[in-house]
Write a protein that binds this ligand. Sequence first.
Ligand SMILES: NC(=O)C1=CN([C@@H]2O[C@H](COP(=O)(O)OP(=O)(O)OC[C@H]3O[C@@H](n4cnc5c(N)ncnc54)[C@H](OP(=O)(O)O)[C@@H]3O)[C@@H](O)[C@H]2O)[C@@H](O)CC1
Ligand SMILES: [K+]
Length: 495
Amino acid sequence: MRLYTSEAMRAADARAVGLGYPSLLLMEAAGRAVAEVVARAYPSPKIVVLCGKGNNGGDGLVAARWLRLWGREVEVYAAAGQEGDAGLARSALEAHGLKIQPLEAWAPEPGSLLVDALFGTGLRGRLEGFWASLVAQIRASGLPTVAVDLPSGLPYEPHLEAELTVALAGLKTEHLFYPARSACGRVVLVPIGMPEPALVSPALPELLTPDGMRRLLPRRPGNANKGSVGRVLVVGGQAIYTGAPTLTALAAARSGAGLVTVAYPAGSAVQPPLEAIRKPLQDWSGEGLQGAKAEAVAVGMGTGPEGVAAARAALELGLPTLVDADALQVEVIDAYLQARLPTVITPHPGEAGRLLGRSAAEVAQQPLESAALLARRFPGAAVVLKGGPTVMALSPVPDSAPVLAVNTTGNAAMASGGMGDVLSGIIAAYLAAGLEPWDAARLGVYLHGLSGDLIGKVGMLAHEVAEGLPEAVWRLSKGRVRGFWAQEPEADEAP
Ligand SMILES: NC(=O)C1=CN([C@@H]2O[C@H](COP(=O)(O)OP(=O)(O)OC[C@H]3O[C@@H](n4cnc5c(N)ncnc54)[C@H](OP(=O)(O)O)[C@@H]3O)[C@@H](O)[C@H]2O)[C@@H](O)CC1
Ligand SMILES: [K+]
């Protein structure tokens, strides 16, 4: 599944028409799907549909027709001047005897449900004048609102705030990235019959889906032993971050690593999990790490200059490595890539900013662009830019256009200490199990968020997310996970 900008969705629309698919069929499918979602989610109130003059308005007119056919009380207020498909949708509705009123005549009516079909992907620039005051009036009414495709006005200010947004044909950046995502409420994605060749474009970011991630899960043969399923070496624990390597080790073990070894400064307060092998080290000369039984390494669970020394020592092992925290330095990552080791880097926006010479705020505001820049700067490394949502990027060879992926799991309750260390352990376990860095990174990020979603409560702790991983993996493997964009089946009420 791909992530679209408004522009990319318009391009897909044009490709479909170029392939011979009539655009009116798309509008009919879109409007009917909106009507179905509205009818299921809101079985009783009067429905007021507000339509603009473009195709978003056309979808609203189609939705109104079906809702009326299904016996719902419907009122429609529309801008004048619909043409093309939207004009046909208007006359089809009028043929059913419904009188369409001018948009200027709308006034809030308590108890009604609003369907926002004013603007979708065709909006160019912010709303002003009449449109801005209409948006203000709608927002002030406090009436529940279902947005067709996008809450009108996004991505600019002012915009409407929806309780539910019906995304048509594909998810758009506004449905995933903040602050726009907050205005979308619950998002339900509906197919509208768009031909697959029109929808897919390799240049668009991949959205991580349950099906796609399930296929990456390593199979464990019946005769597996602890040496055959991937062993992880965790290197860290400098300064005050003595809990970090423990969380990483716990998460690696909970992700199925056969054996976990924790190397940490001798005399520090690091307390590896009971199941782990301990490797207290006097210094980071590298000798102490030799002979560690591992197929992958996670390094950098602290802050301070030792992170670089530890990463350089771990480099000597010649193993696939996840580099995090204080080890995330340009010279360290370059050394791993020069050694041609499979490498995953997991910066948060602050660390990414340091690597790119930008501020953390700039990185957080432009996560897709920043992840792509990191991938271009470190070709061959799988880049995991942590955030809400986490974005991944990879330039397979120097100067190649990065492939991008965006995570679809995780929640704001996961904003707490140690979560990044847990992520490191998951990814390292999948590297040790033999996955390529790009696959280990995507699967690890997805499962980390899924485990957090299964807990789903503010106050959850990082070690609880690690403890929840076996359940997350089990559910994923059994096909018991749904994307956040799927309609709730229990709300099912045939229209
Ligand atoms: N993707 C798909 O496959 C399918 C997409 N479909 C649907 O089409 C939607 C996109 O439709 P769209 O392209 O007609 O644009 P839309 O959002 O209705 O807005 C256009 C109107 O806005 C106006 N306008 C623009 N900026 C403005 C401003 N700042 N302030 C004020 N006005 C402004 C502009 O005016 P104009 O500039 O032309 O005078 C024009 O009248 C999409 O979201 C989905 O719902 C489905 O029907 C089926 C398949
Ligand atoms: K809309």
